[in-house]
Design a protein around this ligand. Sequence first.
Ligand code: NAD
Length: 355
Amino acid sequence: MKKIIVIPGDGIGKEITDSAVAVLKKVDEKFKIGLEFDYRDAGGASYDKYGEPLTAETLEACKAADAVLFGAVGGPKWDNIEVSKRPEKALFGLRKGLGLYGNLRPVKIYDALIDGSPLRPEIVAGSDILIVRELVGGIYFGPRCESEIVDGVERAFDTEVYSVPEIERIARLAFESARTRRYKKVTSVDKANVLASSRLWRRVVNEVAKDYDDVILEHLYIDNAAAQLTIHPTRFSILLANNGYGDILSDEAACLSSSLGLLPSISIGGITNFAESSSGSAPDIAGRGIANPIGEILSAALLLRYSLKNEDAAQAIESAVDKTLADGYRTADIYKDGLNRVNTVEMTNAIIDRI
Ligand code: NAD
């Protein structure tokens, strides 16, 4: 048996993980994988039950599993609680606890949805980007101060810290991933004109590149990279970024595809891989049954590919999603007049029918 820990979390997390599990059950039936699901709480849901966003027991269960399928955490209900108890702490605790140093986010532009992109079709057509984001270092984990008084003035700070081994391993992941792609190119993002940590980043990426002379390497400053994503997205194949820049660029890249709810991700490199949709808990639509489940369903496909090494099952899900979109099924976030408007469960069933 292959044990999957399912963590719905908060907001739309339950709705979209229900969809992904239903799809996984369908491929399990078809490909005889032997999946077993074990549900756990994290985020606000865990705080409400146990007073902690992530319990040691949940982390241990994740470490012992074959993979984790995660929904999303957070919401206004928990915005004003003590910082150390906030739902997002569960995510950081899981990433750190599982040693997940690399986050892979494929950004694909579906032909069927090209009109829904905020960019003109001739700019966005053919974009196919894999964002490789460093996930357990940098400014989100560096020394910080929430508040201190210096000379009678209140201030706060966060610190960007990267070590050579941290940069080396994420750079290797980017170059290895580039080798599996049609366009073998890595674009590394930094702010080396201003930041010391970026200068180290660039130096180490250049060193690692020497082992991959079949892969093209370019460096872009973060401000230029953000602009290029909207002006010329097809120039990218692998976009390698630190934790903070990767966080921002991946949401920007997600918008190319018309909805945050469409994109999957998987975090790897540690004890157990961790699949989750790129979006958050979408409190504005939670509980209404209208969330787009595709990002989470495609995350389940990545889980099959990267954790369970079942490429056939992964591709069965991905081509079922392609067909469902080509057949005109649309949740509210990607709906256009004249197409078939469906809710979360109807979209899920349409995908299952095509597996
Ligand atoms: P969000 O991604 O939750 O929502 C941004 C917008 O996209 C909203 O309008 C939302 O309705 C829409 N959207 C997102 N997913 C969708 C889907 N599947 N279908 C249709 N529409 C979708 O980001 P936010 O509003 O900045 O954050 C909301 C909460 O989520 C916050 O508490 C934040 O901290 C948390 N968050 C969690 C994660 C995570 O768990 N990995 C990631 C980002 C944000």
